[in-house]
Design a protein around this ligand. Sequence first.
Ligand code: UGA
Length: 336
Amino acid sequence: MKILILGANGFIGSHLSEAILTQTDWEIYALDLADDKLENCLGQARFHFHRGDMTVEKKWVREHIEKCDVVLPLVAIATPAVYVKEPLRVFELDFEENLAIIRQCVEFNKRLIFPSTSEVYGMCPDQAFDEETSPLVTGPIHRERWIYSTSKQLLDRVIYAYGKHHGLNYTLFRPFNWYGPRLDNVFNPRPGGSRVLTQFIGNILRGENITLVNGGEQKRCFMYVEDGMRALLAMLRNEDNQAYQQIFNVGNADENISIRQLAEILLQKISGYAKYADAVKKVQLVDVDAEKYYGKGYQDVELRVPSLVRIKEKLHWQPEVDMSVGLQKTLDFYLA
Ligand code: UGA
């Protein structure tokens, strides 16, 4: 099987490339602006890397959609602070550029495995979000944070319609706060410069205070990236066509913790690394108003728990890595 990964140097793309090379005999054609996360893949015979910008390299992209069997378009902005500060960039890249890729999958009749997101559920009141029954709830237009959620939601709807009316062979997956090595750059000191886990690790390593937005009582289910790779490989294998035209939540409902708890766990774990014990002692947890941290366009999600009924039934998948183990592996990567 030939697989096209756009954005192979990203967090999901780099882990997926590695998982495919070590666990299958498939070929990967990969595109990205950089290759710093791909050191375990570059040079391997089944890994064909092209350095470039998806929005510029249209000819290369088109040729490779035609050449490959499955397309994974993983290029997107996925950091909430950017949704608020540069909403049009999110729309142009996440929505417009990806729509063009989806249309070419329809044109060339290629299988599409597309990253939707847990963010599409927004402020859904359900205790566990179900792919087929939960409402997708976002805020008013001036809350610009929702441009990512709604861009992704409309792509989901477009993909679904292409499936229904043009036979597009797709699988949509919705990651719920995946974390692990290579998530974001912990050395980016900008508040909101990365997702919460890498943001907090960076704060602690620099001995800075940790900012708890609105007190940090909001919760997330964190899932270790290796579990995500097992899910994506199951979708790629597509045994008995069980992933055909399906939407799957991919998360760990058992690891549902508040952002404050996450900060406390990280402080406790990082204090175990002798090199950073002094930095940990300087860190305090400071509550900050969301508007002050992100700006007026922000609105938060208080609870985000995936229902895993469908993915368990269809792909026989469930998360296996406890958060204590996943966090330890992640810290060993960042702190080594
Ligand atoms: C993220 C991103 O939108 C996407 O990467 C992705 O689609 C989705 O989650 C996912 O992985 O499921 P979110 O969980 O809100 O959304 O983003 P984070 O930046 O990781 O923030 C999590 C929580 O921590 C938020 O409530 C935020 O306000 C809080 N936070 C963040 C703090 O309290 N302090 C900080 O310094 C940073």
